[in-house]
Design a binder for this molecule. Structure first.
Ligand code: FAD
Length: 328
């Protein structure tokens, strides 16, 4: 019988990606509801040392497949390894991050093992009656949230957006089990030849990692007003981000867009400056710890999710805030 909630623990250069800890946090909640275990699948070469981090973040067990074939991410060997783990351990649920790797891998696994896959989920819960996994994701261009179930096949599989789920606090005292599993790879499983790995020269700012975001909407009026937001971000030790309106206008890069078609962020402070609060924007930031909104229209929907609302002109309020904080 299918059992336990599995998480694909994505690692790059031997380092577990943050989304994997977030997924373990969610898996913990789902597994507790089902009375089952959280199991992380760790693939790679010489990555055994990472298993204890997965346990510290809430995995009861880590299934480790260590093989030279898995040294770099390549779709076919990775899909073969996950499918083999699923055949052997028969999980109830398997979760992947909706990252470049997760989005490539999960559909291949789903096709190999003949089960369904719900992509890009923003919510997961267990149906109290049927015990099926309820997988929620935006549909029809984000105009509705659809809840999808996979009642007839196992495992139930989903990719989940980074930044949406919350990881458990790290506890290095807990002990977990590491199970080594061997996959019988053949030479033909490696259908690409990696000639050279070129590392990115400089890591661009990742707004999903920032604790403080000063976010600009169309209400800032023009591109160079981002300088005003940057001044405030600098005094607070934060970064700037944006609504889609300004990205579409070419005022700022797409990598700083928050929302349904941008990134999901969960900073300690999200300061929305001249952002109306469209549903597609809220989808990417409403999990922030503290939301402060500045908008000259006191009926703007952003105020419905804001903890603190300032009704006023951003061009007046933001420089005053920056000066006040500098003096503080
Ligand atoms: P507006 O909606 O134009 O709001 C500007 C706000 O600024 C207004 O509330 C106004 O009162 C206020 N304002 C004006 N002047 C001032 C001033 N001087 N001082 C203070 N306040 C002022 N949007 C996203 O952000 N992220 C997404 O990922 C995203 N994905 C989408 C996906 C789809 C499929 C679709 C259809 C839309 C998506 N959108 C997304 C677009 C979204 O619907 C909104 O159009 C967009 O968020 C609006 O951006 P905005 O709030 O900056 O601009």
């Amino acid at each position: 019988m299918s059992k336990n909630v599995f998480v694909f623990a994505e690692q790059r250069d031997g380092e577990i990606q943050k989304v994997s800890f977030e997924l373990i946090g969610k898996a913990r909640e789902l597994a507790n509801t089902l009375g089952e275990k959280v199991v992380a699948i760790l693939l790679g070469h010489k990555v055994e040392g990472q298993a204890e981090r997965l346990v510290a973040y809430g995995a009861d067990e880590v299934i480790l497949v260590d093989d030279k074939m898995l040294a770099e991410y390549v779709t076919e060997p990775y899909a073969k390894a996950i499918a083999a783990v699923i055949h052997e351990f028969d999980p109830e649920i398997v979760l992947y991050g909706a990252t470049a790797i997760g989005r490539d891998l999960a559909p291949r696994v789903s096709a190999r093992i003949h089960t369904g896959l719900t992509a890009d989920c923003t919510g997961l819960a267990i149906d109290p009656e049927t015990k099926n996994l309820l997988m929620t994701r935006p549909a029809f261009g984000g105009n509705i949230m659809a809840t999808i179930v996979c009642p007839d096949f196992r495992p139930q599989m989903a990719t989940v957006r980074p930044g949406v789920m919350q990881s458990c606090p790290m506890d290095t005292k807990v002990k977990g089990k590491v199970t080594k599993f061997t996959v019988p790879f053949a030479a033909e499983d490696m259908n690409v030849k990696i000639r050279k790995v070129v590392k990115a020269a400089k890591k661009a700012t990742d707004i999903t990692e920032c604790k403080i975001l000063i976010s600009g909407g169309r209400g800032i009026g023009k591109a160079d007003k981002f300088e005003m937001l940057k001044d405030l971000a600098d005094v607070l030790g934060g970064e700037i981000s944006s609504s889609r309106a300004n990205v579409d206008a070419g005022w700022i890069g797409k990598e700083r867009q928050v929302g349904q078609t941008g990134k999901t962020v969960r900073p300690n402070l999200y300061l929305a400056c001249g952002i109306s609060g469209a549903i597609q924007h809220l989808a990417g930031m409403e999990g922030s710890d503290l939301i402060i909104a500045i908008n000259k229209n006191n009926t703007a929907p952003i105020f419905d999710v804001a903890d603190v609302g300032i009704v006023g002109d951003v061009n007046v309020v933001v420089p005053k805030l920056t000066e006040a904080i500098k003096k503080y």
